[in-house]
Write a protein that binds this ligand. Sequence first.
Ligand code: MD6
Ligand code: FE
Length: 201
Amino acid sequence: MEPFPDLPGFLYRPGALDPAARTDLLAEVQAAISIAPFYRPVTPGGKPFSVRMTNMGRVGWVSDRAGYRYQTTHPETGAPWPPIPATLLMLWDGLTGGSAPPDACLVNLYRDTARMGLHQDRDEADLTAPVVSVSLGDTAVFRIGRADGGPTRSIRLGSGDVCALTGPARLARHGIDRLLAGSSSLIPGGGRINLTLRRAT
Ligand code: MD6
Ligand code: FE
């Protein structure tokens, strides 16, 4: 479904993953995290993110004093990123109608008061390729507005929900206002993991 008539291309699939699929995907993500641990990036201005991050795929999105970019290795271990699980590649295929496959999956970990400011995803080489997002764990208040300005509105992203920025919504401004802490018991220690699949290069 496209929940907002003035945001065509913003796709929202509540409950796209059933509870068993959420548990299976979390196990795959935990295996990846054991290879590529979460770290806390800083903005180009030197401010730490409240979200912790890691990546899967040939390249991963990183931020540090030198700026935002995609790179092939983990900034702390220097190792290549683990592969994107096949289940996520199939999800991408189903949602995008077989769009060329993603080469990056950013993994964001939100605990209690973590949030993410309003931003556009524009570090990718082809800004017409979709970005697909999968949420696990606590429900988040996701804010979104058109790229060309105007009002933003919010929608709740719960565990197993999938959304995508495609076509005219690809450069929509969006962010996470806050978590509804304790709304899910999926993530050990609480919180939320968000996976965003992109075609970066
Ligand atoms: C989040 N999501 O849900 C942050 N980006 O934690 C994003 O920044 C995002 O949900 C591009 C497309 C979909 C998204
Ligand atoms: Fe984003």
